[in-house]
Structures are given as C-alpha cells and as structure tokens.
Design a protein. Structure first.
Length: 747
C-alpha cells in the first residue's frame, strides 16, 4: 500500500514537473518572439537541405553560399540531411554564434528504420505485430541518430495504404487503421521517449498529412480522391494516435486530396489538426511541396503558393525557398496575417525548447557518445530480434521447413542471397552499403549441411543508387542454365527471389507486382527439375506470386530485414526461431484486384447468388492470395470457447488458444468485429484488438479482450464519432480470414 502511495506521489510529481517545465518554456517562447523581427520569424519557418562543405571555408557554389549566409543571419530554422557531430556542430555554431538572436537550428533526417544499425523496413516491422519490439527499434534509431548530432526524424510514416503498387508501402504499417494506430504510437514513443530534452531522444514527425497512401493507381505523387467515410475512419486515425502520443511535428503531403493540395489544405491543417485535435506542434511541408502547388495548378507562382501554404497552416517550408522570398511582402500586403506567422514560429520555438536546444545547442554533439553508440551491440541484438519476428511463413507443405540441421545437400539460388546491400531496404540514409549480413554468409557460418550457392542471372542491370532507378535485367541469361543444373543435384533448393531493396520506396511505383525480370522463369525451370523448393521472398511490398503459391511447397516472406537479415532468415530456416509474423497487408492474386483489403464493404450483391450479376471478376476470384493477418508457424494453434459478456459500457470477449503442435511458438490472436447495420455502412470485418503471446507445445491460454465505445463506434460523414446500438458479429482467430465467431448486441 505504502508503495502504491509513493508511486502515486511520484506520478503526480513528474506530471507537475513536466507541466511546470512546459509553462516555463511557453513564457520563454513569448519573450523570444517579442524580440524577433519579422525577417527573423520568417527565417525560423525556413528549412534547407545540407551542403557538403559546411565544415570548410564558406562554400563556393552560389546556392550553398546563400544557404551558408542565411544560417549566419538567422534566416534558417532547420536543416535536413546534415549529420555527424562534426558537421552538425559547425553548422550549429554558424547559427548560434553568427546570428543576432543565436537561435539554434533543429537538425532533421529521414531516420526511418534504424540509423546506422538498420532494422527491418517498417512494413516488415509491422508484420511482427510486436509493439514493444517496434518501439525499441525506434528507440535505438533515436539513440544512434541523436549520437550523430540529429534531433528530429521525419518518421513515422503513418499513411494507410491499400495499394502495393505504391513503392512507399514499405515505409508504413500496411492497410489497417487499428494496427496502424498502435504502431504509430509505438514508433512515436520510441523516438521521443518520455522526455524530448534527453540527449538520446529525438522529435518524431507524423507524415504525410494526408491521403498519400490513397494516391490513384499507386503512382507516386498522384492525386487522391477520398470519400469522407474513408478519410475519417481509415486515413486519419493513425495521425490522431500520433497526436495523442504527443508527436512533436507533422509533415504534410505531396498529393492533392479532393482537389486541394494537402500542403495548401486549410481543412486538414487548421480545421482538423490544429483545431479539432488542438495540436500544438508544427507542420513542415514535404520537399518543395509548397512550390509544387504551382505545378498542381493551385497557385499561380511561388508567392501565391507561399500565401496559400501559410494561411493553410504549413509552418515550415522545406526547400521551396518561397517563405523566405515572399512572406514579408505577403504580410505587408495584408495577404498573410502576422498572427499566423507568430503562431507558426511559436510552434517551432516550442519544439526547440522542448528539445533542450536553448539550454545547450550542442546537446546532441558528443563525439565520444557518437563513437560508442553507433552500431552498438545492443542495437544489433534488437535489430536481429525484430528481424526474426518480422518474417512471415506463407506456406509449408509437408513440413518442408525447418531444415534438418545436418547431412543435407542444399543449393541456394538467386543473386539476392549473397547481396549485402539489398536487405537494408530503401530509406536508410545514414547506413553504408554492403553492411547487411547476407543469407549466404549466415548459412555458411552454420556447419552441418553442405551449402552450394549459384547466383543465377542478375536481377538488375546495375546496382541502383538512392537517386536512380535501375532497369531490371530481362535479357542477360548468364547463369540461368548453371542454376537449373545445380538444382538437379540438390536435395533441397532454397530460391531467394523478389525485389532489390531499392525497387520500392519513394518514386518506385510498379505496374506489375510479380517477380521482376527473369526470376519467375527461373523459378519454374528450377521447380521442373527439383520440386523440393523453399522460396525465400525478399521484397518491399506485397507481391502477386500466385504461381509460386500454387506450386512451390514452402514460402517464407522475409521483406528487407536490415543489418542482421541473413542471421534472422537462417534462424527461421533452421527452426531456431519459430516464425510468428502476420501480414500487415493483403497479398493479391493479381495486380488487377488492387485495391484489395480485408476491411472492405459489402455490396448490395455480395454473391455468389446469380450466375452473372454479382460483385466479382469474370476472370479471377475475389479472394486474395494471402489475407491480412495471415502467417503460419512450425506449430499449430486452435481457437475455442469464445465467450462474450456484454456489460454496461463494455463488451468482454475471451477465447482459449491452444498450441496443438509439437514445438513452442508464438501466436497473434486477432479480434475482428462487424457492425451489422449502421447509419453509414461498416466494413465486413474490422480489427479491434490483438495480442501476441508464446505457448509451449500443448499449452493453452485464455486471451481476453475488452471492447468499448471506442472500438464499436465510428466516424459519420460529418467527422463526428458516434456509437450506435445494434447487432455485432465477433471473430477471433489467427488471421482475418478464419476464427471462432459469436455475436453481441449493443443497447
Ligand atoms: C519525402 C518525405 C521526406 C522528405 C525529406 C520527401 O521526398 O516525401 O517523406 O521526409 O523527402 O527527405
């Protein structure tokens, strides 16, 4: 009891201390704002990308010379793409010692999945459904990034997407707003910790606000036309979760939403974010997204774009230069109210105070810490842990997996098997090429089996760089026949196929989502001579691998798993880790089924009732290849005894899960509901709870869920959250496709 009282006092004390600190910071913000000229205020709203010779004499290149001078005169609030203690310190010095008020710069980078130690790509992390491990991944990224002088990451990307053609699905948490919201919270709290001013935490950024994941035809930067029901119930919830987790910043988005570029959208930024949600952080534009409103046909020139964006609530201009060039005139002309400028600057300064930059602008600049923390053994261990948890077993006929520990002749085929760069995935700006453990390295490090590696034909014409696309090889068949011949003599063939890490990500949309290049042909040719094939997929998006799913006996989805990739895959192949991942995104049978997602709405003709006139394709089934939430294990789990108890304000649901196989394993029990009749139609299934747990062979566990109004209600078309009485279906199972079912009525 005494302990409880002490704990309560402790919590109250912390709370009061945090609030007191906030109030003190607010007073400091006001005092500083009162000293600033309009130019200095506009300077804070300006963000530049880095230039390389910051530490030398003033740069010679005209543009960089200008940036350099602007930093010294307080015309730059933030820099992106500058990292490393030495560089950051030099630039910070320019701002702090050079400018009149010495306001420190906030340094940003896209720290998306790890920093130098690379974690699985975010889509893979989401497949772990392990919120603690995901939070830890963001935490270690923050430790490494802050050790390199950074204090702000442009992550997490919380865009929900139903379109695997879009290359940026690798950066998100998949298709579901409930899972997406939980992961948004985990990532934000991982990056930011409980105190932003600590030297090992960094400000997070919820992006891209909003609708980017719904761009038409999956083609990057395209427009999005989204109905209100989808906006409020699918797109916005993860952003709101980030706000509730106190995310320090937001980024708006390249796309237009229903005819208004998101960057210039007052409804999104002022009415919803800063109005309804009462958000006190700031909004940064996406790269040149203010300037790009001209190309959208929404602004007549840069000045007009600056006017629209500032009025709409875009607080910081990333690399458009239009705030710096035009805001002063726009204020003088009465087109932008100085109160809005003050509001934006207040938000930016507030964040800088929260980061502790005014107490010590060099807080994040400690060479010794930089040396010690980069690729720290603990970070590699956490990356390995999450990499194992992110792998999804899609098929395992006749228990082909796990492999025997010894005595087998295994042939490994596919250039991705010995690639040390591709597993790092896209969006890993700080990491060096060739720093991942390849699968071949990991397999060869294990004694016991005879491992032969044959690369087969190359996947790409040349190795792609961040700013380049690389053509897929469809003509050079060198190595093809050799691979097929090697497969003939093997007992087991492991084929490592999929996409290079740089084939997904920004600007990497695909119209075909099959195995690119010669890989499908190679897979079929190998299978023809030896059907004992284990397909190890490596990719940044769901792929339509229907032939493989119907023919190849074992398939392991390994995404791009980061620096520890090879060890993680080998651990699963050998059964040292029993796979536990579940798909965060539906895999289609064919690209023509896209958008395909589990939480679709019923039509008036869901069928199959008539021969012709029901909602379907004439040449493909409606079913996906692999549904959302799906993933196998080396053991099996049985669900039974669904119990539902409707209480006054809550519904309690419980189920018994038993490990019915021979080995220990982890399962993710998922709860779905369907609101049968509502004033705005509801999806046929909606995830509303999940729990990941381990069970020994033969062991059972009762899993409990509580549904409240929050889970049972929804947003109507006016954006109002409502809870309606009526009948609900419940399903609890190991995927969105199958489970034990029941019903309840909400009074
Ligand atoms: C991306 C953002 C990213 C920014 C800065 C843009 O191209 O859309 O997500 O944060 O660049 O690198």
């Amino acid at each position: 009891m005494n302990k409880l009282i002490l704990l309560a006092f402790g919590v109250i004390f912390c709370f009061t201390a945090i609030n007191a600190q906030k109030l003190e910071n607010e007073a400091k913000v006001e005092a500083l704002l009162a000293k600033m000229t309009l130019e200095e205020k506009i300077g804070q709203m300006n963000q530049y990308s880095g230039f390389f010779d910051a530490t030398g004499p003033a740069p010679k290149d005209e543009n960089n010379k200008l940036k350099y001078e602007h930093i010294k005169t307080g015309m730059v609030g933030s820099m992106l793409n500058v990292r490393g203690v030495k560089q950051v310190r030099e630039m910070q010095k320019l701002a702090v010692e050079g400018s009149r008020l010495g306001i420190p710069i906030i340094f940003a980078l896209d720290v998306i999945h790890g920093h130098k130690t690379i974690s699985p790509i975010p889509l893979a992390e989401a497949a772990s459904w392990d919120l603690e491990a995901i939070k830890q991944s963001a935490k270690t990224a923050a430790i490494e990034a802050s050790a390199e002088g950074l204090n702000w990451t442009f992550a997490p990307m919380v865009d929900i997407s139903r379109d695997p053609r879009w290359g940026r699905v690798m950066e998100g948490a998949g298709e579901d707003p409930y899972l997406g919201s939980k992961i948004a919270t985990a990532r934000v709290t991982g990056f930011q910790g409980d105190d932003l001013s600590k030297e090992n935490t960094i400000a997070a950024c919820a992006k891209h606000f909003a609708g980017y994941g719904f761009i038409e035809s999956g083609k990057d930067y395209n427009k999005a036309d989204v109905g209100t029901s989808t906006l409020y119930n699918i797109i916005l919830p993860p952003f709101k979760a980030a706000v509730d987790a106190h995310v320090a910043t937001f980024m708006n988005s390249f796309n237009e939403l229903n005819g208004i570029p998101a960057t210039g959208d007052k409804f999104l930024q002022r009415d919803i974010l800063k109005g309804k949600w009462n958000y006190s952080g700031f909004v940064v534009s996406d790269w040149d997204s203010i300037g790009e409103m001209e190309e959208h046909g929404f602004a007549k020139d840069g000045k007009h774009a600056a006017e629209i964006a500032a009025n709409a609530g875009s607080d910081m201009d990333m690399e458009s230069y239009v705030y710096l060039n035009h805001l002063k005139d726009l204020v003088a002309e009465g087109k932008v109210d100085v109160k809005l400028i003050d509001d934006a600057v207040r938000r930016i300064l507030r964040t800088k105070y929260a980061l502790g930059l005014f107490d010590d602008p060099y807080r994040y600049c400690d060479e010794a810490r930089e040396k010690k923390m980069i690729r720290h053994a603990d970070h590699e261990a956490a990356a390995l842990d999450l990499a194992k948890k992110s792998i999804v077993l899609l098929k395992n006929e006749n228990n082909l997996l796990p492999l025997a520990k010894s005595g087998e002749k295994i042939t490994v085929i596919g250039t991705l098997a010995d690639d040390k760069t591709s597993p790092l995935g896209n969006w890993r700006l700080a990491s060096d090429d060739e720093t991942a453990v390849s699968l071949i390295e990991a397999l060869k490090a294990r004694k016991g089996n005879e491992i032969t590696f044959v690369a087969g034909p190359k996947l790409l014409e040349k190795s792609p760089m961040f700013h380049e696309n690389s053509a897929v090889n469809t003509t050079d068949r060198t190595g093809f026949d050799e691979a097929v011949a090697a497969a003939k003599n093997a007992e087991t063939v492991i084929m490592v196929l999929g996409e290079h890490g740089m084939q997904s990500g920004e600007g990497r949309s695909r119209a075909n989502i099959d195995l690119p290049g010669l890989q499908q042909e190679l897979l079929e040719a190998v299978y023809a001579v030896n059907s004992n094939v284990i397909l190890v997929l490596s990719n940044g998006r769901p792929l339509a691998i229907t032939w493989a799913a119907e023919n190849v006996p074992a398939i392991l989805e390994t995404w791009q798993l980061g620096t520890q990739s090879g060890h993680a895959i080998a651990a699963v192949l050998y059964g040292d880790y029993n796979p536990s991942g579940k798909l965060p995104m539906t895999f289609p049978r064919h690209v023509g089924q896209i958008p395909i997602y589990y939480n679709y709405k019923s039509t008036g003709r869901p069928g199959p009732k008539w021969e012709v006139f029901w909602s379907r394709y004439t040449d493909e089934t409606n079913a996906p290849l692999y549904p959302f939430g799906f993933g196998l294990s080396y053991t099996s789990f049985d669900y039974k005894d669904l119990k539902i108890n409707v209480k006054d304000k809550e519904v309690e649901v419980s189920v018994t899960v038993t490990n019915t196989g021979k080995v220990a394993g982890e399962e993710v029990a998922q709860l779905y509901i369907r609101d049968r009749v509502a004033s705005v139609t509801r999806p046929v299934k909606e995830l509303k709870g999940f729990e990941k747990f381990a069970l020994k062979a033969g062991e059972s566990k009762t899993v409990n869920f509580t549904l409240t109004g929050k889970e049972c209600g929804f947003f109507n078309n006016q954006g109002k959250f409502i809870i309606e009485a009526g009948d609900f279906d419940v399903m609890v199972g190991g995927s969105s496709a199958k489970g034990v079912t029941g019903k309840f009525t909400l009074k």
